[in-house]
Design a protein around this ligand. Sequence first.
Ligand SMILES: [Zn+2]
Length: 428
Amino acid sequence: MEKIWFHFHGGAREVGNVGCTIEKEGCEALLIDYGLAASKPPRYPSPTPPVKNAVITHAHIDHIGMAPWLVGQHGTKLHSTPLVSALSEIMWRDTYKVSSIEGYPLTWDKRDIEDSLESWIPHDHGDPFDLDGWICTLHGAGHVPGASMIELEAPGVKILWTGDIDTRMSPNVIGAKPSKCDILVMEATYAGRDHLDRVAEEDRLVERIQEVRGRGGVALIPSFASGRGQDIIKILHDKDPSLNVHYDGMGTRISKIWTDHPAYLRDPTGFERAIRWTKRVRGKSDRFKALEADVIVTTSGMLDGGPAIWYLNRLRHDSANAILLTGYQAPGSGGRSLLDTGALPIYKRMTKVELEVDQFDLSNHAGRSELLDFAMACEPRHLILFHTPDEDVDEFSALFGKNPPFEISIPINGRDLVVELDTQEANR
Ligand SMILES: [Zn+2]
């Protein structure tokens, strides 16, 4: 009998805030991801005991936001793809800046960022490496370029940790492929619902923009800096190159790092062409010029600040303009408030915005059906569901039937989950 311990410091029965220690006799303890949840107020994973190695799935803040603490406190080595390590500096500096502006506490400081940048050990997808007893291999996770699923092998057990996954093709990355394992640890952000058809949503977005342009308006597209903004640019370039698109905010710097790592992009030449086609906003005067564009793609994706608010404050006076939301709008965010009440805070003043608002489903996470199919195709003996809304996960788990083909666990933060595997059945 092989025993494996999973200890979630965060990310169990919640979305984001991920951090989990995995232990097995004969192997050094290993940490997967160490993020935070940028909710209001933010949530943090519990402190980890000293750990030599952490494997990081991708550079979104809910997966790497607390890694500087790990390095500062324990001198932990960080393992990821080269693209994720290259993106980490922007993400950490932005987290630090936002925490100072919003006044939320961080248990790490700027010096920890410097040390963390030195602690990366990059690994390409498909190249196995040894982590004191575990053989670790990173595989493409879909989701965003450079994001990984983590395969861990030790005598008697193979674990697949999905990180954030999307099995569908998306504009800039190819979908994640299932792989046979004993224990599948799977995110289930969309345990609660299926997505609309992606291509149909992309077409609807372009049609809506053309409509807005036709009536002399500007379409403001608030987008996350790392993933969604670049998807929008690629879609618009491929479907209607006659559009005049201006690109502002942190996403422009992230795009530059993407183009430096072409191996992780679905269509590197096409992506570079699309980015060059946009007019990059570099300063105040560019911002005024952008007000004459057909489309402005910028941060923040949830209208919580950033250039999007600057633009909205000017565009809101002309009803020909429109706001096209392309991502999840969390409770408490400006975008959520706009959808629910028609008003949102602009420079701290609740302001009514009487523009057309529309929302598009362009998610980079697998939806409910894709998750079910993925889990079945991996043929695990044990399934662990994490990174999932508390209110949806039990119903989702029941979809595998009264006698599911594998044991299913829904862990709880701060408690040990022990998985016992009969070694007779192992050796797949
Ligand atoms: Zn993510």
